[in-house]
Design a protein around this ligand. Structure first.
Ligand code: SF4
Length: 367
């Protein structure tokens, strides 16, 4: 088997940028490769972020293009091959052609550990390749392992094997509790998640060693590694930690996250863009389109030019309709209402409110 490669994708968003800094600095013994899938339609701030990371870490981030054989803009090239059919959340050819395919081609058949920047305060799982030679690891979470690994590990048929393995691992004062938890079958009254959480709570590092030993009996890429520094990782990083890493490193936070004040009918609000990705991404919320129109009118105009032959970025209205004065006022007012409701409910972070759609959004683009 060829040597395991350790790869980390920079999407242009804050979390993957912080992950690059975190893993490279905290685990310098890992021979990391960095890549970014270039759609050709990112905001300037995203390209700037990539350059900042390169300078700060002294690394080269390989830009991958879905159409590497020619010089055309990647997005425009594929749009042409789809006869102008704009991508949408139901027909996301862009993610496949511009993100997933180039990544899988870059990896080839090599065994690969792919580091993914899903935070400890997020529910989503991120992009999990179905290719067997790619194993995802989530360093920001308490549970660094992917769902497929956990499902396999805690399957009832492996109970005896895990019990035997766990005898060689020190779970400290929780040894007995660990044995009992492993011995208990997953069923309707004891879910896989419950079992996982109890084991993580006994001792994260010891649990990681148990998973690592178990993986040796599988054909996952980590099976061939003699050590893995992330086994000693028991930190959980949440949104505040991400901003801190970016600020303290000097890499900085992409400028599109900066809140900008606006006023509508005597009421004040703040808007920003919540994530990276193509400037015309159909996952953005109405208020983000308004932000694009008011803060980057030239990009909004370019996004409008793509809307022809009946194709529009949004399902309910065209970009031309969205910027009619009455419509923009309504969008801003509705957004301020949501802000008020949300800030009463829990978070004062604008980004939390804008981030609602991140959960359904494109994990390959927005991490
Ligand atoms: S950012 Fe949006 S438009 Fe661009 S590739 Fe990702 S999902 Fe598609």
């Amino acid at each position: 088997m060829s040597k395991v490669r350790h790869v980390l994708g920079i999407s242009g968003g804050k979390d993957s940028a912080a992950l690059a800094i975190y893993v490279k600095t905290k685990y310098p013994s890992i021979d990391l490769e960095f890549y970014s899938c270039d759609t050709g339609k990112e905001l300037d701030e995203t390209y700037q972020l990539i350059r900042n990371i390169e300078v700060h870490l002294g690394i080269k981030i390989q830009l991958l293009k879905g159409n590497e054989d020619n010089t055309l803009n990647p997005f425009d090239y594929f749009l042409d091959s789809y006869n102008g059919f704009l991508p949408s959340s139901n027909a996301r050819w862009c993610t496949k052609k511009l993100k997933l395919d180039p990544f899988e081609k870059y990896v080839g058949a090599d065994p690969v550990i792919s580091y993914v920047g899903i935070r400890g305060d997020e529910e989503r799982e991120g992009y999990i390749s179905t290719k067997k030679n790619i194993q995802s690891i989530f360093p920001f979470r308490k549970n660094i392992w992917s769902q497929d690994v956990v499902t396999k590990l805690l399957s009832n048929q492996n109970i005896e094997q895990l019990l035997a393995m766990s005898k060689n691992i020190d779970f400290g004062k929780n040894q007995e509790k660990t044995f009992q938890t492993i011995a208990r079958k997953v069923d309707a009254s004891f879910t896989l998640d419950q079992k996982l959480n109890i084991l993580l709570d006994t001792n994260v590092k010891s649990f990681n060693h148990l998973v690592f030993d178990f993986l040796k009996t599988t054909d996952y890429p980590l099976a061939t590694e003699t050590t893995f520094p992330l086994l000693e990782n028991d930190e959980v990083l949440v949104r505040d930690d991400i901003f801190k890493i970016l600020e303290e490193s000097g890499v900085g936070i992409p400028a599109y996250y900066n809140k900008i004040e606006f006023e509508i009918n005597g009421k004040k609000g703040e808007y920003a863009r919540s994530r990276s990705g193509c400037f015309f991404c159909f996952f953005q919320q109405k208020i983000e389109w308004v932000w694009l129109y008011e803060q980057h009118p030239e990009l909004y105009k370019k996004a409008m030019e793509y809307e022809k032959d009946g194709y529009t970025w949004g399902q309910s209205e065209s970009l031309e309709e969205l910027i009619q004065p009455k419509r923009m006022t309504a969008i801003k007012e509705e957004y301020i209402k949501r802000l008020e409701k949300k800030s009463k409910a829990k978070s004062s972070y604008l980004i939390d409110i804008l981030d609602d759609a991140e959960v359904e959004g494109c994990a390959a683009c927005f991490i």
